[in-house]
Design a protein around this ligand. Structure first.
Ligand code: COA
Length: 319
């Protein structure tokens, strides 16, 4: 069976910073409450007249250049997004057009905050089973468009951003050792966002992001802990051998609680939620991109996503 791995990474985020102090002027909140409850200090958000596509393309182009391959060598583009500029054409077609990846097949994938992990695992399967060599997976989100900036319990949580991974089965240096995907659809009402249902029931507020924060919190902590055990086991390694754990960046308390339960001295847990907030499926990619330069040959890196669906997914990479 062919080995599949990462050969390029990119990330991009809007320039505009929305700080907790800015939010203090918009809703009844405080920097202190937000930092204590979430760990978020600021997030990037799109300007009113911007779309997310430009940032997805920027991240994808950085990943492509790093991989050293030409646009026409890209065999497919999978774009993870729950918040594209347009529903159709799917974001992946627009990314391919901008990159001039004219040989690629394209589609979007929506597994909410687990989306990059779903995209990675899907790409791995294609590259293992089809006569192709290179696949691009992007994750680009603008959840700020789905926030009610009068609702202090939700508008503080999210930011916008994009990330991209180039994958290959052609002697990859950074190999995927194992992936895992899962869902609990019985918890699908715990996190809801967007769509047209608010038009059907004439409830404009239904358009905005809503969640059962406490139940998602518990779910997230237990899932990170579970995947930290099950994914290494699939690859025949022990959890303590994981050098870096990169969880979805939703809340520093989720990350800290999971880190405490794991309590493995050898594993460093990566967080950048303080500067980006929750960027949904882009978050693991943004964090991976930030620490990319620190990895040493042989390091084991575990990425773990969770979110609406409820969904989860993870991937173990050997550097
Ligand atoms: N500023 C000030 N007060 C706020 C506030 C804000 N921005 N948001 C909520 N509050 C208030 C609430 O009104 C409530 O007041 P009350 O006790 O008088 O009713 C109080 O703070 C506690 O709110 P609560 O919702 O219980 O806080 P929490 O500790 O559960 O934290 C989350 C809320 C959303 C930060 C937390 O539940 C969470 O992160 N959950 C996981 C969510 C997640 O990861 N979702 C993404 C899915 S990928």
């Amino acid at each position: 069976m062919k080995q599949v791995g990462i050969c390029g990474i990119g990330a991009a985020a809007p320039k505009k910073v929305l700080s907790n102090f800015d939010l203090e002027r918009m809703v009844d909140t405080s920097d202190e409450w937000i930092v204590t409850r979430t760990g978020i200090r600021e997030r990037r958000v799109l300007e009113k007249d911007e779309g997310i596509l430009g940032y997805v393309v920027e991240a994808a182009e950085i990943a492509r250049k790093q991989s050293g391959i030409a646009p026409e060598q890209i065999d497919f583009v999978i774009s993870s997004t729950l918040s594209p500029d347009r529903v159709s054409p799917a974001q992946a077609f627009e990314v391919a057009r901008e990159l001039q990846a004219n040989q690629a097949f394209c589609f979007d994938l929506n597994a909410a905050c687990s989306g990059l992990m779903y995209g990675l695992a899907t790409a791995e399967s294609f590259l293992k089973t089809r006569e192709i060599k290179y696949g691009l997976v992007t994750a680009g989100e603008q959840v700020s468009r789905f926030l009610d900036y009068n609702d202090r319990s939700t508008c503080i949580l999210f930011g916008d951003g994009a990330a991209a991974l180039m994958l290959t089965n052609d002697n990859p240096e950074h190999v995927i050792l194992a992936t895992e995907l899962g869902a609990n659809p019985n918890m699908s009402e715990e996190v809801v966002i967007g769509g047209v249902r608010h038009l059907l029931n004439n409830q404009p507020g239904d358009y905005y992001f809503r969640q059962n924060g406490k139940s998602v919190f518990r779910f997230a902590v237990s899932k990170i802990k579970e995947l930290y055990e099950t994914i290494p086991e699939k690859a025949g390694v022990r959890p303590e051998q994981i050098k870096y754990l990169i969880p979805h960046q939703a809340n520093i308390r989720i990350i800290d609680a999971a880190a405490k339960e794991i309590a493995s001295a050898g594993t460093e847990v990566i967080a950048n939620v303080d500067r980006y907030g929750n960027t949904s499926s882009a978050s693991i990619g943004l964090a991976l991109h930030e620490v990319w330069g620190r990895f040493q040959k042989g390091d084991l890196i575990l990425m773990v996503g969770f979110g609406a669906g409820l969904s989860w997914g993870g991937a173990l990479i050997q550097w």
